[in-house]
Design a protein. Sequence first.
Length: 398
Amino acid sequence: MRTSDSIRDAGICSSSAGEGQYGGKVGDIFYFLLVIALVAGASLFLGSAVAQPYPSKPIKIIVPFAEAGASGLVSRRPVRGKGAQAAGFYRVAAIAEQTYPTKSIRLIVPFAPGGPNDIIARIVGQKLNELWGHPVVIENRGGSGGTIGIEIAVKSPADGYTLAMGGSSNLTVAPALYPKLAYDPLRDITPVVNVAIVPYVLAINPHVPARNVRELIAVAKSQRGRLSYGSSGVGAMSHLAAELLKSSAGVDIVHVPYKGTVPAVTDMIAGQIDMMLADYAAVAPYAKAGKLRLLAVAGGKRSAAAPELPTMAEAGIKGYAIDTWFGIVAPAGVAKDIVAKLNAAIVNALKTADVRQRFGELGYEAIGDTPGEFAATIKADIEKFGRVIKSAGIKTEL
């Protein structure tokens, strides 16, 4: 039976028994209109379903990393918290910044073991180990006046896990001394904290017939080119300090570079070299034992560790003053929050009783400044030592 016949039989449309002239046409028109109405209603119904507010159910976002940052691992745990549940979102993976540090830290010392930067690095490293529970591994990479170690550090990843014990020599003297220096201290490093000022003193072997600086200068002038001095390396502060003495006093003494303070002091005690400008802690025990003689302090003021020693300026070398410091630096680009955390930890360590006592015994003066202040010191000293090196005519090559 046709659909139109079913509609008419149901009484929706009627006609005479013989289906008059217009009966069939009216029924067909009515049927056509009814179909249109049904289609339109269905369209409205479906349209209203599609137009419901989005989103109407939880949305799943897949991130191809796990919470600890391990790539390729997926977590399907939902976000916890009232706000997250109300929003209907689910956290598939979370990349949370790990708390620094999570592993050992490498601290590069650009000189051989036993020198002031090595001593300071080990004191600082021990305190950080105690604080964070992760070892600070001291790596001595000496050579070329301490520039090799700094070069290694600046080329390391800027993640806070490689640091260096920089100093006046390799951060402020080197740029003026070495035209082909492999790094720029103002561009390639992140200053963390300046740790300490280390007093340098003029020490001589007792076989040199001099009791003070004036007598030493007289001997050097009478024996031109015969007296020798040692340094912890070409371009080190011990080298610059002696070269400044040569130019200021007008004497000719021969430079003998070593790979660190300890071997140079050892040879001075043995009489292989005649003199050296070295850090006070490295030579004081031997002076007390009569194996060396101390004549003056290289800095601009007397040292609290040896107040009886005059400054070089007081001893007759007018305008002479070299203050030596050592500080922690990192490669350029280390995150500011990591730098701030390192700075705070080291500054607090410098305030502890045991560190203050140890520094006092060594004659070191703790600094503990901010990264910004340390950066300003580096910049100012580059300019200062540049003038000193140029005026003194000091020349050397790596």
